[in-house]
Design a protein around this ligand. Structure first.
Ligand SMILES: *Cc1c(COP(=O)(O)O)cnc(C)c1O
Length: 369
């Protein structure tokens, strides 16, 4: 293997139990959109269903169908809205849908569909959803006409930020949502995402949380100490050279190698999802030591300078920790988020699942390895 994401299912199982505690024992909807944030939706869903998760959230119709095709029987909600023509297919696959507009309700009635729906309220995200008053009307309309409203929900935009203004904004969103806390005949009332679970569980009326990135032991502001890390991106040393003279390294000649340096070439690049903004800035770990990335990250490889402490020990084939504990710092360097680093992992990166400590390797190009 050249480059792989190591995904520790034992730690995931540990985390899901802890998240239940952190959520004050509410039920958990596991959000496994975008291929479970790059971790592999089907494998993650199977593990979580063994751990007792009863409902999953995905973004699109196709993501829901993928889970059904691979035997996932639990409830599944499509979060990111649905076009009218997708509703019939959602019905066929027993997928629950998010409604954001009265015309969708009219369409469901006109076609006489039998669908579980969740009404989405916009309490301040500014993306999709009914206003609070419209949502009440929509719920009334569904319930009068026999459409099962399975859930009412909203989404928080800054629950993972700890400055005063953000906290106030989240409190406002939660307050608006309180209108629905005593609503009748709706199974799920949900608003808390990862940041919400960590920071607002206590003050919120709802009976289900939507756990996404928190399942991997991290969230918007970094590592969560009560949880275990699930994800590590690893690669290997392909080539080593001791420089006989000063040379420029990689495309664009922005990397500088100096006479006597030991330079390693590692088999990970931006096409694996290791972002190019880390060129000449980031580090990777070899034998427990950070090694600076020298020059531009290429599509499939990058070069690092080997520090003196490990110079005598490194060899071709050695494992390289590309991203792990430092995923938050790396997300800051690229001016983005852990979410983007996770979901950017590409198809050719093998996923190595650890279960009871034993590895099980899946490569999206060739299947089981
Ligand atoms: C992605 C998403 C979540 C999960 O967000 P995290 O921050 O990863 O917990 C929850 N709810 C909705 C509607 C989402 O789109």
């Amino acid at each position: 293997m050249r480059t792989w994401a190591e995904i520790d299912l034992d730690n995931l199982a540990y985390n899901i139990k802890k998240i239940k505690e952190l959520s004050h024992d509410r039920d958990i909807m596991a959000i496994i959109k975008a291929d479970a944030y790059g971790m592999g939706a089907v494998t993650i869903a199977k593990e979580l269903s063994e751990q007792g998760v009863k409902i999953f959230g995905v973004s699109s119709l196709e993501e829901g169908i993928e889970l059904r095709n691979f035997g996932i029987k639990e409830e599944i909600l499509i979060l990111a809205g649905t076009f009218n023509e997708e509703l019939e297919i959602a019905e066929k696959y027993n997928l629950q849908v998010t409604l954001t507009d009265i015309s969708q309700i009219e369409y469901i009635l006109e076609k006489n569909m039998s669908l579980y729906v969740h009404i989405k309220v916009d309490t301040g995200m500014g993306r999709v959803g009914f206003t609070v008053d419209e949502a009440k009307k929509a719920i009334g309309m569904c319930q009068d006409k026999g459409i099962e409203v399975r859930g009412i929900y909203s989404h928080l935009s800054v629950a993972d930020e700890s400055d005063k203004e953000s906290i106030e904004y989240t409190r406002k969103q939660l307050e608006r949502f309180e209108e629905f806390q005593n609503i009748k005949n709706i199974k799920y009332i949900h608003i808390l995402n990862s940041g919400g679970i960590l920071n607002f569980s206590e003050i919120t009326q709802s009976n289900l949380v939507r756990a996404g990135i928190i399942m991997y032991g991290v969230y918007g502001e970094g590592i969560i100490k009560e949880l275990k890390r699930v994800f590590t991106l690893k690669s290997r040393i392909l080539f080593l050279k001791e420089l006989e003279e000063d040379i420029d390294i990689s495309y664009g000649r922005v990397g500088k190698g100096y006479k006597g340096d030991l330079i390693a070439t590692v088999t990970v690049g931006y096409a694996d999802g290791f972002r190019r903004e880390l060129s000449n800035k980031g580090t990777v770990d070899i034998l427990g030591k950070p090694c600076e990335i020298v020059g531009k990250i290429c599509m499939d490889m990058l070069m690092v300078r080997i520090p003196d402490e490990i110079r005598e020990k490194v060899k071709v084939g050695d494992e390289v920790i590309v991203m792990g504990e430092d995923v938050f710092e790396k997300s800051k360097i690229i001016g983005s988020s852990i979410y983007e680093l996770f979901t950017g992992l590409s198809r050719r990166v093998s996923r190595v699942y650890l279960k009871n400590g034993k590895p099980h390797v899946v490569n999206n190009l060739i299947g089981k390895v």
